[in-house]
Design a protein around this ligand. Structure first.
Ligand SMILES: Nc1nc2c(c(=O)[nH]1)N[C@H]1C(S)=C(S)[C@@H](COP(=O)(O)OP(=O)(O)OC[C@H]3O[C@@H](n4cnc5c(N)ncnc54)[C@H](O)[C@@H]3O)O[C@H]1N2
Ligand code: MOO
Length: 657
């Protein structure tokens, strides 16, 4: 058979399999999927094991801890001074001191008193010393004057004390029989200190559930390995292992399984020896989606749901065998993390002995229109920003394949399965995720630039909390108009005049000059159609050559306006492509999917591309006037003037000043 025959065979098999639609026999709703999963799971926490206190950090208590001793264990002086009967000190003053006779004993810490404090007497006592019988208070040494009068040791008390004064009563901190911590408590340094104070050298903790993690796919490469064209780094394995550990479980990394049934089955068997098994990838409809095939062999009861009507996460596969969870998370990182968070994390919490996570929702509004797919409940990661009229929920909608959305999100919103879109201004409820995020000191919204990274990096290094949202120049301008950001980073050219940024100002906004970036045509070095020519000449020639493919920018971007000015009425091959960033243009050209495009010089340099300058673009900052005096904004402006920052911007090819 020739290679062509083999290839044709492969294609026919793919189409035949796709036509059978053998997977997702039944797509179920989120709640139904969860109910089926939980019905078959054994959610009792793993058995207790006793560990030394020194090894208990981060572990989850398996039993309530009851104090066997009082803390303090005795009535204890909290100052250096004299143990007295409070009644004896009544009426004492600087001019009317009360004179008490000293007992012949010194109560240093740890010493058990031998003598009682009788009326009219006092005993020397140190901080931490045990209160003697008869005494009910301590007078600080500063408020006394001791003297020796003909061999009799006396103390003059110049200030009265109340009963209990400067005494920590036995059991006042922790009482014997008190439940100090309940099971499910995560042990941090603070709890460990208390456990030591009640004399516990060992504690019963829940055995950490062992969770096997297996990434699948021929294209998946472990971080640290060289990456080949078409391959991606295994981010799911790393994020799942860390997330599992955060939930008090022990990750067991099984690595990456090739798309080969025997290897996958072998690793799968190893994984089944653990308390839970998580796979990612290979659950959807592709010809090579092996994970599902392997998991579908499980019994008792086996797969309980494959296909859930939610986005991201439709191909999620939930299985249980003998009470043990086996889950195939979708390969796409956002889908994997979202479904992990929704379906797997609560189960692992239970196995690890942790109580259910508290759910916290906050009200916000959508700052922009957001389209949605009908038919599945869509969950969108959002970043919260405090605006003049309450919180705005900026969607981090980079699609299911993104890795950053989940880590950058403050929470997510759910869009009803029947809704086609959420209009700008719609009120939404944001389900918070992860740790409490402190509100940022400085909010920057707009177009991303590596130069901006330098500026913000300086401020972050100085300890400023910065939130930067990349929504493009128009999005930044709109956010500034709504009062949702301190700084909007924009590069918008007025097509009528060719002027940058200031034509878009309103009376409530200031413009601060940033830097200039050189825009031009990028091409692969050595391409004779561009090399050595001017941008205008090369661009017009390329526009007439049907074999010369353009990668165009998205409508609405400043670069698109520039490209349209260059092209006039010409519509070259590739004109309708819509790359969303300078990087995307450079990658398309570098990898040969297109031959030319318009991007900034620093990106051309980064990808080793040739560059023909077209024009300078002004990358400036819009600041709402009522925010200008905020300390964080002043620090941003100072960073912009900073010599070190300017040198670095210059080094990246930006024109400053
Ligand atoms: N014709 C259809 N195609 C797809 C459907 C569908 O209903 N019909 N569903 C789509 C949805 S929704 C999702 S989500 C994905 C999930 O597919 P799989 O779970 O089978 O995952 P893969 O195909 O193996 O990979 C998807 C994507 O994710 C990357 N990946 C995989 N593993 C990792 C990892 N460990 N670290 C980082 N990235 C990973 C992989 O390279 C792919 O790019 O299917 C749609 N298709
Ligand atoms: O459901 Mo998939 O997770 O949308 O991309």
């Amino acid at each position: 058979m020739s290679n062509d025959d083999i290839r044709r065979g492969d294609i026919r098999r793919f189409v035949a399999q796709a036509a059978r639609q053998e997977q997702f026999l039944e797509v179920v709703g989120r709640d139904e999927a969860e109910a089926r999963f939980r019905r078959h799971l054994d959610l009792t926490p793993k058995a207790a094991e006793v560990v030394p206190l020194g090894a208990a950090l981060g572990r989850v208590l398996a039993e309530d801890v009851v104090a066997a001793v009082d803390v303090p264990g005795f009535d204890r002086s909290s100052v250096d001074g004299f143990a007295v009967r409070a009644a004896d000190t009544q009426g004492a003053g600087e001019d009317t001191p009360v004179v008490l006779r000293l007992n012949e004993e010194v109560l240093s810490a740890g010493r058990v008193p031998a003598l009682a404090v009788e009326p009219g007497t006092a005993t020397v006592i140190a901080t931490g010393g045990m209160l003697p019988r008869g005494a009910d208070a301590v007078v600080m040494v500063e408020h006394t004057d001791a003297r020796d009068e003909d061999g009799a040791l006396l103390v003059e008390v110049c200030r009265p004390v109340v009963p209990g004064g400067f005494v920590a009563a036995a059991g006042s901190d922790i009482g014997r029989g008190e439940t100090v911590y309940h099971r499910g408590q995560v042990l941090t340094s603070r709890e460990i200190g208390v456990l030591a104070a009640i004399g516990r050298a060992e504690v019963p903790v829940v055995r950490r559930p062992r969770v096997a993690i297996l990434s699948t796919g021929d294209e998946i490469v472990a971080p640290g390995e060289p990456i080949r064209p078409g391959a991606v780094y295994d981010s799911n394995g790393a994020i799942l292992a860390a997330a599992v550990e955060e939930l008090g479980c022990e990750p067991v990394r099984l690595g990456i399984a090739r798309d080969e049934e025997e290897t996958l089955s072998l690793l799968f068997e190893q994984g089944l020896a653990c308390d839970a098994l998580l796979l990612s990838g290979g659950t959807s409809k592709g010809a090579g989606d092996l994970s599902y095939r392997v998991v579908s062999r499980l019994t008792d009861p086996g797969v309980v749901a494959h296909g859930v009507a939610l986005k991201p996460g439709k191909p999620l596969c939930l299985a249980v065998t003998k009470g043990k969870p086996v889950v195939i998370l979708p390969g796409f990182p956002t889908s994997a993390m979202f479904t992990f968070h929704e379906f797997v994390a609560p189960v692992l919490r239970a196995l690890a002995g942790l109580p259910p996570a508290a759910k916290e929702a906050v009200s916000a509004t959508m700052p922009m229109r957001l389209g949605s797919e009908r038919g599945r409940t869509e969950y969108v990661m959002v970043s919260l920003v405090q605006g003049a009229r309450g919180l705005a929920a900026y969607p981090l909608s980079k699609g299911s394949g993104a890795v950053t959305a989940f880590s950058a999100a403050d929470g997510f919103i759910a869009i009803d399965a029947q809704a086609e879109a959420l209009e700008a201004g719609t009120p939404v409820s944001v389900q918070r995720i992860g740790r409490d995020t402190a509100p940022a000191d400085l909010i920057v919204i707009g177009s991303h630039c590596v130069g901006l990274d330098v500026l913000l990096g300086r401020l972050i290094g100085e300890g400023l909390g910065v939130k930067a949202l990349n929504v493009g120049s128009m999005g930044g301008l709109a956010a500034a108009r709504r009062g949702e950001c301190d700084v909007a980073a924009i590069h918008l050219m007025d097509p009528k005049t060719g002027e940058y940024n200031w034509p878009f100002l309103t009376p409530a906004l200031d413009l601060v000059s940033g830097y200039r970036r050189l825009q031009g045509i990028v091409f692969r070095k050595g391409d004779g159609r561009f090399e050595g020519k001017t941008a205008e000449a090369a661009g017009l020639a390329a526009a007439r050559d049907p074999d010369c493919i353009l990668v165009n920018r998205n409508a609405g971007s400043g670069t698109r306006i520039l490209t349209d000015r260059l092209l006039g009425d010409a519509r070259p091959t590739g004109y309708w492509s819509q790359a969303k960033s300078h990087n995307a243009v450079a990658v398309a050209v570098a990898q040969g999917r297109a031959d030319w495009g318009v991007a900034i010089e620093s990106v051309a340099t980064l990808y080793g591309l040739g560059f023909l300058p077209l024009q300078e673009e002004h990358y400036d900052f819009i600041i709402p006037k009522d925010r200008r005096d905020r300390p964080a904004v002043q620090r941003f402006l100072a960073a912009l003037e900073d010599e070190g920052v300017r040198d670095r911007l210059h080094g990246l090819g930006f024109m400053v000043g």
